[in-house]
Design a protein around this ligand. Structure first.
Ligand code: ADP
Length: 264
């Protein structure tokens, strides 16, 4: 018996030019999602993967700043864009297309159309994995990716305080409902290590790990609040790229190794 094709609205188009597509998501803004996404991308590069980074935050793109690059992508046919290469990664962001200080005052359908352009009209080439830095929340961008793009997994980043965790739970349920596999949760800004060697748990303890357990998801690990991570982000040189032996880069490496297990 021939199988019925899925209804039109649920046909998931793969991103061409990559073997795997990973979403890095957070339910709340300001938890360090973009910083984690980019450092995780270079941690995957450090263990041998050819990476692409797609900044899907149409309203607040961070990638141009995080890799210190602001160049307009070229197009040979006036339709498809060639991603911009930086530190051996292919990169694309709405921030490359508009002026840094221009606010994007867009309605939902325009956002959806921009996401489709960035997933279907970018000439990604020969990538093992594309890491997608999602905007915070559970809005149009999330829904477009979940329903219309072939995604291999999502990683959720949060800080451990209750207020952020409430939103994480919503994020988990959204991916579960839309059939996107959650590869794991990351606890960012878990602690700050003082000069006295003590770890100060500023946002509370183990919140993300407990949430992962509650929803039967993998916990990928903790990242400290570290000045070098913030500084390297501000300098446009991701820490895992500029200093792969840094203690924080090593934590990203452990996470990259865990994520690698789900590539097959
Ligand atoms: P989001 O994408 O969730 O809005 P960002 O990645 O833009 O968050 O991070 C917000 C700010 O926090 C940035 O200045 C970034 O450098 C800083 N930051 C993120 N994670 C850490 C960390 N673990 N330690 C220190 N600073 C961090």
């Amino acid at each position: 018996m021939s199988q019925k094709p899925p209804p039109k609205q649920f046909i998931k188009t793969p991103i061409n030019g990559t073997k795997f597509t990973l979403l890095v998501s957070s339910a709340k803004g300001g938890v360090g999602k973009s910083t984690v996404a980019v450092n995780l991308a270079f941690a995957l590069q450090n263990i041998g993967f050819k990476i692409g980074i797609l900044d899907a935050d149409v309203y607040g793109p961070s990638l141009p700043k995080l890799i210190n690059l602001n160049e307009k992508p070229k197009s040979e046919d006036g339709k498809a864009m060639i991603p911009i290469e930086r530190y051996n990664a292919q990169c694309m962001s709405m921030g490359f297309l508009v002026d840094e200080q221009t606010p994007m005052i867009w309605r939902g359908p325009m956002v959806i159309s921009a996401i489709k352009t960035m997933t279907q009209k970018v000439l990604w080439k020969d990538r093992d994995v594309i890491i997608i830095d999602m905007p915070p929340g559970t809005g149009d961008t999330q829904l477009t990716f979940a329903q219309e793009v072939k995604v291999d997994g999502a990683i959720i980043v949060s800080t451990p305080q209750d207020l952020a965790l409430l939103d994480v739970k919503r994020g988990i349920q959204m991916f579960d409902k839309t059939g996107v596999k959650i590869l794991g949760l990351i606890d960012n800004m878990s602690y700050f290590k003082g000069d006295d060697g003590k770890e100060y748990k500023i946002f509370g303890e183990s919140g993300v790990e407990k949430t992962a357990k509650e929803f039967d998801k993998e916990f990928l690990g903790n990242l400290p609040i570290h000045q070098d991570l913030r500084k390297s982000a501000d300098d446009g040189k991701p820490l895992t790229h500029s200093n792969p032996n840094h203690e924080v880069s090593k934590l990203f490496k452990v996470m990259a190794e865990k994520i690698k297990q789900s590539f097959h």
